[in-house]
Design a protein around this ligand. Structure first.
Ligand code: GLA
Length: 388
């Protein structure tokens, strides 16, 4: 994180010609299990990772927000809280910030202008929630600078609202919640209906290994939205508010009334929800063999019933499984159609996993994978301020 901190401090000083008063961060995330369950009111089990978005910030006495983006060659954005905050056609990165600030204004939070410099090292477009990290760090920055009475869950909800309604991406609540509420060395079992959380200690003898397939993600938004609609259709036919309220008996009883594909989607969500609750117990007990089984079942369900994996991802999962066997778990993570896999690997096998991926993945797919060995990290918060 130190390079990020240095970069935002330097670019802040350069752009605004005075030093920032506060440094704030929010992390990206990896989901261990519970995929496409969040918008079905179900459970997810993600952890925050040690890749973050960092902001250097200072309050202003007027209503102007000025932003400089280190990752876009010090591009700048500027808008006024007293005027309608509009969608930027040419600066997509700025819309995550504008969207969050607009929500804060609309909800009546007592804020003023700020100067901000932003930079992140969460890989973009990889399914590790770089956009949620950006939304959450902006909410957190306003909370810290203006001492707002706002819960971490509310910051997450504002980030999600900005993404749904301002940026126009129909995501669930998982990514923002884990970025806002993550705990060091813990995963978080999150109930996406009540937003209750339960921290689950990560076994110290497991490393979190994320492998990016570097498969360009195509059709993500349209496929994601189709899955959401299919889940809603299934819930309606089963007579429940959301698939979280259904079980396999209810699905079996209504099979003849459901389109075959819709029934497969529902089976994924119902079984994945059960697996997620069980995985939280297995992880807490350090029952790695059970966790590994559940992750394998989750992957098969995403591949066969939810149909969101691609060949490159399936190959990566097979390569890693070939090395870790029952000593660790592996599955696709995130929305699907490319992106990353996540593996829980005994530390002594991490090098063997890397070696197997290097030897086989490119040969099988023509692509080169990127490997990140991560720590479960804490959620958004203040890094340092003048007052500390
Ligand atoms: C994306 C969305 C999340 C969640 C996952 C699938 O990451 O942003 O809300 O739906 O896909 O589990």
């Amino acid at each position: 994180m130190s390079t990020l901190i240095q970069n935002v401090k330097t670019s802040f000083q350069k752009a605004f010609e005075y030093p920032a008063s506060h440094l704030i961060q929010a992390p990206g995330r990896v989901n261990l299990i519970g995929e496409h369950t969040d918008y079905n009111d179900g459970f997810v089990l993600p952890c925050a990772i040690d890749y973050q978005t960092v902001v250097a910030a200072s309050k202003r006495e007027d209503s102007i927000v000025r932003v400089v983006s280190v990752d876009y060659q010090d591009a700048v954005d500027e808008f006024d809280l007293k005027e309608e905050i509009a969608f930027s056609q040419d600066k997509m990165w700025a819309n995550y910030i504008r969207g969050v600030v607009k929500c804060l204004v609309e909800k009546g939070y007592d804020i003023q202008g700020v100067d901000l410099s932003v930079s992140g090292n969460v890989p973009q477009g990889a399914g590790l929630s770089s956009s949620a990290a950006l939304e959450v760090v902006i909410g957190q920055t306003f909370k810290v600078l203006f001492g707002l009475e706002i819960s971490q869950a509310e910051i997450a909800l504002i980030g999600q609202k900005a993404e749904n309604e301002f940026v126009g991406c129909n995501c669930g609540i998982m990514d923002q919640m884990i970025s806002a509420e993550g705990n060091q060395n813990h995963a978080l079992l999150l109930d996406c209906r009540s937003l209750e959380t339960q921290a689950v200690a990560m076994p110290s003898d497991l490393s979190v290994v994320i492998i990016n397939s570097n498969k360009k993600r195509g059709l993500v938004d349209s496929e994601y939205n189709t899955r959401r609609e299919q889940c809603e259709e299934a819930a309606k036919t089963l007579g429940v508010k959301a698939l979280r309220d259904a079980n396999m008996d209810m699905l079996t009883a209504k099979l003849s009334e459901l389109d075959e594909t819709v029934a497969m989607r529902a089976r994924h969500v119902i079984t994945e929800n059960d697996r997620t609750v069980e995985a939280a117990i297995a992880l807490a007990e350090g029952n790695i063999a059970r966790m590994a089984e559940l992750m394998a079942q989750s992957h098969a369900s995403m591949r066969d019933d939810f149909e969101i994996t691609v060949d490159e991802i399936d190959s990566l999962v097979d390569i890693v499984k070939g090395v870790v066997g029952e000593q660790g778990g592996v599955r696709m993570t995130g929305g699907g159609f490319g992106g990353c896999i996540v593996a829980l690997v005994p530390p002594q096998l991490v090098d063997a996993v890397k070696q197997a991926v290097e030897e086989k993945y490119q040969m099988l797919t023509g692509l080169e994978a990127s490997i990140y060995v991560c720590q479960a990290s804490k959620g958004a918060g203040l890094i340092e301020s003048d007052a500390l």
